[in-house]
Design a protein around this ligand. Structure first.
Ligand code: SF4
Length: 324
């Protein structure tokens, strides 16, 4: 078993928003968001004009599991109320950089150079604006395009840094942006999207995730690895193979964090997820979602609905069990 952080470790990473996400924010790092409805009830937003459908959680992704661990009320706002969230520059830049790194592997190995990767940025930015028109509002107050140019420049730097950490001319990913889903014996459905899966000729599997933020300090490495162990558990459940290596590539700080899991790690994370799911189930039935204020509240889009900030949550849109 090994945990190593190559290079200096600084601050927690920023995140990525995937196209299918019902809501994400800077506190949730580079993780896909996928929730399917198990039960539905109508909900109306605070303005009384936009009808949304409230859902009881039926599946668990790493980011939503992290949300619940960070703050149960935040989980409720995102998964059950599905309150809208504003796109952020950091998350959108992460999405753009991920798209560029994924598409670069379309090219023959010898052509996977930094200039080529950077040349993909404008096209992927156009594509992102088409698929997620809400990101356009990020630069609406930037008529001269100065902030946009700076932001695109930062994306270039992140892409360029990747070439100091990995050599794509020597990589042939087995999978990119791989959607995975596995059902545990308990019936809990786990799902997510893995940035890259490498398979060695010997069959050993490496799971790779790109982060556009900085590597966490060593004392926070376990939190960063939670997402990777989640994916490793899903792969193990699907393929009956324990991935040989989990690898986090931090483009913001130029660090690579690796961990070689063993079966006991995956069994431990499975027990943790089952306990988490039971807590989510109980909160769903009782309607008792507690706020848990931390310094991450500064990133939360929902302070106006949060009692910790003088707000009131919207009416709970799901049935509440008597005595819950
Ligand atoms: S502001 Fe803080 S305590 Fe309130 S919902 Fe958001 S994360 Fe939770």
């Amino acid at each position: 078993m090994e945990t190593s952080t190559e290079g200096a470790a600084e601050a927690p990473s920023s995140d990525t928003v995937r196209a299918e996400a019902p809501g994400t924010g800077p506190a949730s790092a580079d993780v896909p968001v996928t929730v399917e409805p198990a039960a539905a009830a109508p909900a109306v937003d605070a303005g009384g004009t936009t009808e949304r459908v409230a859902i009881a959680p039926a599946t668990l992704s790493p980011s939503r599991a992290s949300d619940f661990m960070q703050c149960p009320l935040l989980y409720r706002f995102r998964v059950i109320d599905r309150l809208p969230e504003k796109p952020s520059e950091a998350a959108t830049r992460g999405t753009l950089v991920h798209a560029v790194l994924e598409r670069l592997f379309d090219a023959p190995a010898a052509e996977r150079t930094a200039p080529r990767a950077k040349s993909l940025i404008p096209g992927q930015w156009d594509r992102l604006r088409e698929t997620r028109p809400e990101v356009v509002e990020l630069f609406e107050d930037d008529p001269e395009g100065e902030r946009l140019a700076r932001w695109l420049g930062e994306a270039e730097q992140l892409v360029e840094r990747w070439f100091t950490l990995e050599d794509p001319t020597r990589l042939e990913p087995a999978e990119r942006e791989l959607f995975v889903q596995a059902e545990l014996d308990s019936g809990l459905m786990l799902r997510g999207i893995i940035d890259r899966v490498d398979v060695a000729p010997t069959g050993e599997v490496r799971i790779v995730d790109y982060k556009t933020g900085k590597a966490p300090r060593p004392e926070y490495a376990e939190g960063a690895l939670f997402q990777m162990k989640f994916y490793a558990l899903v792969v193990w459940r699907l393929k009956n193979v324990v991935p040989r290596r989990l690898q986090l590539v931090y483009l913001g700080s130029g660090d690579v964090l690796t961990y070689d899991p063993v079966l006991a790690d995956l069994e431990r994370v499975e027990r943790k997820l089952l306990a988490l799911w039971e807590a989510i189930r109980q909160a769903t039935e009782s309607g008792d979602w507690r706020p848990r204020p931390t310094k991450l509240c500064g990133w939360c889009d929902h302070q106006e609905h949060c009692p910790e900030f003088g707000g009131t949550p919207p009416p709970y849109p799901l049935p509440v069990r008597a005595g819950g």
